[in-house]
Design a protein around this ligand. Structure first.
Ligand SMILES: Nc1ncnc2c1ncn2[C@@H]1O[C@H](COP(=O)(O)OP(=O)(O)O)[C@@H](O)[C@H]1O
Ligand SMILES: [Mg+2]
Length: 259
């Protein structure tokens, strides 16, 4: 049950010196949808995420939020719109407990003093809503498993009640069981109506949770697929370049003939 388009990229390009990392990217993310963003190493996935997150400035193109062009100059702009990002290298503080990590940088204060009771309560209810089971919200994250740490990092992104959450390779460092835990959470986020952009090079993960699969190849779109109607082989062909879907996509959108 997918909803309206919340986030769209129109003709986004990004260059780093001599490297054209992204060229003319089109992307749409709907509420209640898991959009898997796939592609070979260097295809531009992380650059795309960072361009949406306000870390990088696109050289060309626009970002639309709920149908309107917006400017995202800094990460705070993206956060204020309702776009949350969990990066590949988790930025958790090992020595802080779960509550400390969830509220790092946006602590709840009462008369200028940290309101630990309120933060602990909010942490518990956030984790409950997401059916996340952590032994205690007062243990340092260093003592959690890799899967639990990833789940805490995702929960941290949800503190500000975003509408879109981007996960860059959330299962890359995880074993089978911990991966299942994270993918379960991804499905719950979708069921709660969020738009989820999931970057992964694990096709099993993609086939398990994605509704839509967008393929990037050498910084360009190479197909957007409805997972239910697409085989893993078709997606892999698009990733490797065995099939070239760029033209088909443009025709489907009726933009062929534009310069
Ligand atoms: N900060 C940067 N400076 C220069 N080149 C970069 C930077 N970030 C990414 N690139 C280059 O842009 C291309 C896309 O990289 P990236 O977005 O990390 O791909 P992916 O996440 O799909 O592996 C690569 O050629 C990479 O080397
Ligand atoms: Mg990457």
């Amino acid at each position: 049950m997918t909803g309206e388009t919340v986030l769209a990229l129109r003709g986004v390009s990004k260059r780093f010196g001599a490297v054209q990392a992204l060229t003319d990217i089109e992307l749409e993310v709907r509420a209640g949808e898991v959009l898997a963003l796939v592609g070979d190493n260097g295809a531009g996935k992380s650059t795309l995420v960072k361009s949406i997150a306000g870390v990088h400035q696109p050289d060309e193109g626009t970002i639309e939020w709920q149908g309107r062009p917006v400017s995202v100059h800094r990460p705070q702009d993206a956060q204020q719109l309702g776009i949350a990002t969990v990066y590949q290298d988790l930025a958790l503080c090992d020595n802080l407990d779960v509550v400390g990590n969830l509220f790092l940088g946006r602590e709840i204060r009462r008369f200028a003093v940290l309101d630990e009771v309120a933060m602990e309560k909010r942490s518990r209810s956030l984790l409950d809503t997401l059916s996340i089971r952590i032994p205690s919200v007062r243990i340092p994250v260093a003592s959690l498993s890799g899967g639990q740490r990833q789940v805490v990092a995702i929960a941290r992104a949800l503190v500000g009640s975003p509408k879109v959450v981007m996960l860059d390779e959330p299962t890359a460092a995880l074993g089978v069981e911990q991966t299942a835990q994270v993918l379960d959470l991804v499905e719950r986020l979708r069921d709660q109506g969020l738009g989820v952009i999931l970057i992964s090079h694990n096709m099993a993960d993609v086939m398990a949770v994605a509704d839509t699969v967008a393929v990037l190849r050498l910084g360009r779109n190479n197909g957007v697929f409805d997972k239910r109607r697409t085989s893993q082989e078709e997606i892999i062909s698009a990733i490797t370049g065995a099939t070239d879907n760029a033209v088909t996509r443009r025709e489907a959108r009726g933009t062929e003939g534009s310069p």
